[in-house]
Design a protein around this ligand. Structure first.
Ligand SMILES: NC(=O)c1ccc[n+]([C@@H]2O[C@H](COP(=O)([O-])OP(=O)(O)OC[C@H]3O[C@@H](n4cnc5c(N)ncnc54)[C@H](OP(=O)(O)O)[C@@H]3O)[C@@H](O)[C@H]2O)c1
Length: 466
């Protein structure tokens, strides 16, 4: 048998998938040893190994099990690691060294991506191995399929993903257990640390967009592909997962209005200061009326009084409004080696203790409907070449699509060929604002598509008018 196993390992090519039915005895709630295979030995993977090694004796006492990392799978098995490989642990570049190992009963996927990582997660679940992952992109893309796979298993397997949303903040567990008797009406948060760091640098230290992005990458806050951060897509994946947990709605990611921070300029921060507030990239999901939910990811103008306005640097924060708890805020480190590894460790320990989560995503609400438009007060910044009749034409373009203007702001003009002013609208639908901006772009004095973002403040227009 041993010879046959060695032969199989030899003929499976690097990173090929071959997952036979495995002969592992079913887990009892407290196994003497939980044998772990980790995909990924980078920022998060290294942190997980370090914590497991450092606290091995404590974890044994806590769970009754030895937690043994048997295999770590990486892209380049020869690369020097910045953490100590545990004694007896093999570093490999072959997926099957974990997937087909019948001793490994828990797989930790912290390599990222949505192709190979998808195969790894599904193959592991189907092979009866519990899965812990930090991969929000994968979950957001394949949530229904993961749910279906879990529901169709002959023997239950566990799927845990605390680190996938806001790294170190225990928000997934809160939604799985602390709001079950409550009714969530709004989730609003700073859920991407990289962009919050960049916006803080631009606002408080006057850095340009490019300078802020370079610094965020240097400090390890940006994803390998920063488009996911600055384009708002990382925040959108997290918001989608939170919406499923908080509202029970399953919304395809591309139905959630998403605008990143790439179009923001120093001008916008100047105007935000003039208005007494700041700009943050927020993910917001809200119950707009009975049976209807809306959501968006966008830079937003916030007044200083808003709790999220003072959350700076790479910190993440989520505000939840609900019927029973009313308002609760979760704040902490949304990324980084130890905060993220900490959440993965909590999942690993829960599994070793035998904790069960039969429905990792909470039940679906089949009645509530998602609507992909929302209404808000909007900030619209228009760049223009100076000339006659501009405000009249802007007023007409807005009136045509039902956008009511509350006020117009303008800093002193320094360049007649590239000046800017800002409109603040009354509460109007996003689609109408988009149409108004498109119409304005057609005017020959308009320098590019006007930039818009929601103004987040309870009754901002009324406050400004009083
Ligand atoms: N970093 C954070 O703060 C954070 C926070 C929350 C969630 N996450 C999520 O955690 C996951 C990992 O992030 P990370 O920051 O640890 O990434 P990372 O530092 O880039 O590490 C990725 C690891 O996975 C390995 N890997 C990548 N592609 C592979 C492939 N195709 N086959 C085998 N191994 C592969 C890499 O191997 P090599 O080392 O040999 O290249 C590396 O060890 C991602 O899903 C990310 O979204 C990260």
């Amino acid at each position: 048998m041993l010879l046959l196993c060695s032969f199989l390992l030899l003929i499976t090519s690097a990173n090929a998938f071959f997952v036979p039915q495995q002969q592992r005895s079913p887990l009892t709630s407290l196994e003497a040893t939980r044998t772990i295979g980790i995909f990924g030995g980078g920022t998060v993977g290294g942190g997980i190994v370090e914590i497991l090694t450092k606290k091995a004796a404590y974890f044994k006492e806590l769970t009754g099990s030895d937690l043994v990392v048997k295999t770590i799978c990486v892209r380049d098995a020869n690369k020097k690691r910045d953490f100590v490989i545990p004694e007896g642990c093999t570093v490999t570049d072959k997926y099957d060294d974990i997937l087909t190992d019948p001793d490994i009963d828990m797989v930790v996927e912290v390599m990222g991506g949505t192709t190979d990582a998808k195969n790894i997660v599904f193959s592991s679940l189907k092979a009866g191995k519990d899965v812990v992952t930090a991969n929000k992109a994968l979950i957001a893309m394949y949530l229904p399929e993961i749910e279906e796979t879990l529901a169709n298993m002959d023997k239950p397997v566990q799927f845990r993903y605390e680190a996938a949303v806001c790294g170190g903040i225990p928000v997934i567990r809160s939604f799985q257990s602390d709001f079950v008797g409550d009714e969530v009406s709004m989730i609003s948060g700073i859920i991407n640390g990289c962009t919050n760091f960049m916006l803080t640098e631009m606002d408080q230290f006057g850095r340009t967009y490019d300078e802020a992005l370079t610094e965020a990458s240097r400090l390890g806050y940006a994803e390998a592909d920063p488009t996911l951060d600055v384009g708002g897509f990382d925040a959108r994946s997290k918001l989608k997962i939170l919406m499923r947990l908080g509202f029970g709605v399953e919304v395809p990611e591309d139905k959630i209005a998403c605008r990143g921070i790439t179009d923001l300029t120093k001008l916008d921060f100047d105007y935000a200061k003039m208005m007494g507030g700041t700009i943050k990239l927020l993910g917001v999901a809200e119950r707009v009326e009975e049976g209807k939910i809306t959501a968006f990811v966008s830079p937003c103008y916030l007044t200083k009084e808003e709790p999220l306005a003072s959350v700076s640097g790479a910190t993440n924060a989520i505000e939840v409004s609900s019927r029973n708890l009313q308002s609760s805020t979760y704040i902490g480190q949304g990324a980084g080696r130890y905060p993220t590894a900490n959440s993965c460790i909590n999942d690993i320990i829960a599994l070793a203790k035998g904790d069960k989560s039969p429905m990792p995503f909470n039940p679906l609400d089949k009645v509530t409907e998602y609507v992909d438009d929302y209404s808000s007060t909007f900030y619209i910044r228009i760049r223009y070449r100076d000339g006659l009749g501009i405000t009249r034409q802007v007023g007409e373009a807005c009136e045509k699509v039902g956008v009511s203007i509350h006020s117009i702001l303008q800093n002193p003009i320094t360049r007649r060929d590239d000046a800017a002013f800002v409109l603040i609208t009354e509460k109007v639908p996003l689609q109408a604002v988009k149409e108004a901006c498109k119409a304005m772009e057609e005017f020959d004095w308009c320098n590019g598509l006007p930039f818009y973002m929601p103004v987040i403040s309870e009754n901002w227009v009324e406050k400004m008018s009083s």
